[in-house]
Design a binder for this molecule. Sequence first.
Ligand code: NDP
Ligand code: HSE
Length: 426
Amino acid sequence: MKTVYVAIMGLGTVGGGTYKILTENHDKIASAYGIDVRVAKVLDKDLDKLKAAGISADVMTDKLDDILNDENISVVAELMGGVEPAKTFITKALKAGKSVVTANKELISKHWGELESVARENNVGLYFEASCVGGVPVIRTLKESLQGDNILMVMGIINGTTNYILTKMSDCGMSYDEALKEAQQLGFAEFNPTADVDGYDAMYKLSILSSLAFHTCIPYTEIYREGITKITKNDIASGKQMGYTLKLLAIGKREGNSVEVRVHPTFVRNSHPLASVSGSFNAVFLKGDFVDDVMLYGRGAGARPTGSAVVSDIVYCAGKNKHEHTDFVNNGKVAEGIEIKSDFSSKYYIALTVEDKAGVLAKITDVWGKNNVSINSISQRDVADGVAPIIIMTHFTSENAVQRSIAQLSKLDCVKKVDSIIRVID
Ligand code: NDP
Ligand code: HSE
């Protein structure tokens, strides 16, 4: 039996889950894969925390050198989060000849190329299944399945915190703040939850997933991003009345050398499979030119599901004699010949507050018409204090045309407020 010594850096939510699985399922892993995985070191800032978690004195440490200088350790799991010092720690571990497993999507999306080069130069591996969609094996699927296909689309719900918040607001009438607090208590949210609710986390993940799907570097800086902080209970209720569920979607599409990548709240028709993905569950659709749709579903965050993905990488890495390296990450730059589209096409839900008087609808529809935006329906909600909430649903139209129309509508005296602009999929 092969014995593999592992170090865990960061015993928080994911590190804790990883340690638990490696301890509780040690014998199963050994018998199924012939690998005796032993945790040789656990590093964290706070030794008392490690002691309280039952880590023995010879295993616990707060010094990176204890890991780097331990020649037995061949795999290091970085589960601290953030860019620094994680990047420095990982680089030193790779240079010391240790393979690295990480759940850190921010770091991978920002420095993948650089870290992959260090791994290649030192003949060690860099693995990050846990960085995207928690326990769902989407990275392995993209790297090791579907070889026969050109992937045309990767689309899904890839952030557990925002899906939990939107589900609780929609199904239980919970406030945004209460739902966010629960997501933090359950260990789904990032250290700074702005990363989740403003869409950064989904943007980092989409950068990694679309790069793997389309075999070309899709820098996170090229991704259109909108979070859920402006979403109101009214939006959710209004969507519900029309048969839609609100989700934060990440969408990547490739057509020839043109790529479209975006993260934003979306009304999803209730009959669509993504509409029923609730709580901390995530789901990703991959569309290949031959296989057609593949849907992966599971828990996108939390100690146990994410720990499961980390352990999967540890065992996978431990079983390899030679590590493969991604060759297209291009130090975070778009490859020559690839165009990232700034405009895209969608259906839209637009909520406006307008004056309740004759001729207002004509003025509004005139603006849409002049911008070539075709309206599917207009409805007026209850009038109060001389103003009327209007809901407009468009047919497929261009994002630029919608933004141009909104800018012109905002200048009309009869338009008191543009309340919401939400993309729609049926
Ligand atoms: P936590 O904050 O729960 O855990 C991080 C741990 O690392 C804490 O114990 C922290 O200590 C410790 N730590 C931070 N910096 C250092 C340092 N410089 N030296 C030593 N220890 C340090 O985070 P999570 O477990 O939630 O997340 C870890 C990583 O996993 C992140 O990259 C995150 O994006 C990713 N991830 C998280 C998921 C989740 O569901 N939570 C799912 C998928 C990925 P202290 O608390 O004292 O700061
Ligand atoms: N904060 C992340 C989320 C953790 O909520 O999805 C999983 O990557």
